[in-house]
Design a protein. Structure first.
Length: 283
């Protein structure tokens, strides 16, 4: 009998379609649950109680961790765990957790006010990158090269941002021009690719359609990713790293990674790897 799995997400994209398509061959019946319509909290958890596990792929800045927390309280296995998702959704929390575990991360400052911003510029110096604590896919990430323009840029954060949108990180600009994305399933890297910025966009991000190439086995990379998994727990992650003169540093860890770019670059069968891992968890 097929195990009943729900993909919890706000919409169906290429990754979700591929996971649903791969399910039957792996003994999984996979449904999509819209994360905007679950209304969890009741004692019977009616919307999810008949599923054997939830694969949380919410793209919201906050929904994934909340849903995973309530699902775990209802006794439903969740990938990834609520603790891991909550850490991945919050860049400041993630950086703090990883640095505390000895994982190399870029220098950063938490910016909650203009005074914080001015102090961060003074301590780090331009060029810097200003990024929202809650967000992804390279959106609202701003490179500030000129100190004369810095506070004008911050005007937009201060005047147009609301509540948690005003919480930002300031970090040094790492000018290597490339980033590495590792797709982790369970405790293993199943695919790794390097993305270089293309055209006039300085950001190296798979979601922006940048140039990519498959990455050969790299012991230093494996060591860092293993340390990330040891801290967050086994699961399904997109681990994004930057190259620096001092070595690789972890920029972000995505709990609901897009993997079309890495899959097309490496030819790795990521949906099958994820489906097999779900079966392993349920065994």
């Amino acid at each position: 009998m097929a195990a009943n799995i729900a993909i919890v997400a706000d919409r169906i994209s290429w990754e979700e379609r591929e996971l649903i398509k791969a399910g039957p061959a792996l003994g999984l019946s996979v449904d999509w649950l819209n994360d905007e319509s679950l209304c969890l909290g009741g004692l019977d958890a009616a919307a999810i109680h008949h599923y054997d596990a939830l694969l949380v792929r919410s793209r919201s800045y906050t929904r994934g961790g909340l849903i995973a927390t309530l699902a775990e309280a209802a006794g439903i296995p969740v990938l990834n765990t609520a603790r891991a998702i909550n850490a991945c959704e919050n860049k400041a929390l993630l950086r703090t957790v990883l640095r505390g575990a000895g994982v190399p991360v870029p220098d950063y400052r938490l910016v909650l006010s203009r005074k914080d911003f001015a102090k961060a510029l003074e301590e780090i110096g331009v060029p810097v990158v200003l990024k929202p604590i809650f967000g992804g896919m390279g959106k609202r990430v701003t490179l500030i090269r000129d100190s004369d323009l810095a506070h004008s840029v911050y005007d937009y954060v201060e005047d147009l941002g609301h509540a948690f949108e005003q919480a930002c990180l300031v970090e040094p600009f790492l000018a290597a021009g490339s980033s590495v994305r590792c797709l982790v399933v369970g405790n293993e890297i199943v695919a790794a690719a390097e993305f270089s910025s293309a055209g006039t966009d300085w950001r190296s991000n798979a979601a922006l359609g940048n140039q990519s190439s498959a990455l050969a086995h790299d012991p230093d990379l494996v060591k860092i990713v293993d340390a990330v998994i040891a801290e967050l727990g086994a699961g399904i992650y997109g681990v994004d790293l930057f190259r620096t003169d001092e070595g690789l540093v972890v920029n972000e860890v995505n709990h609901a990674p897009a993997f079309k770019g890495v899959a097309s670059t490496t030819a790795a069968d990521i949906p099958t790897a994820i489906g097999s891992y779900v079966q392993e968890i349920l065994a």
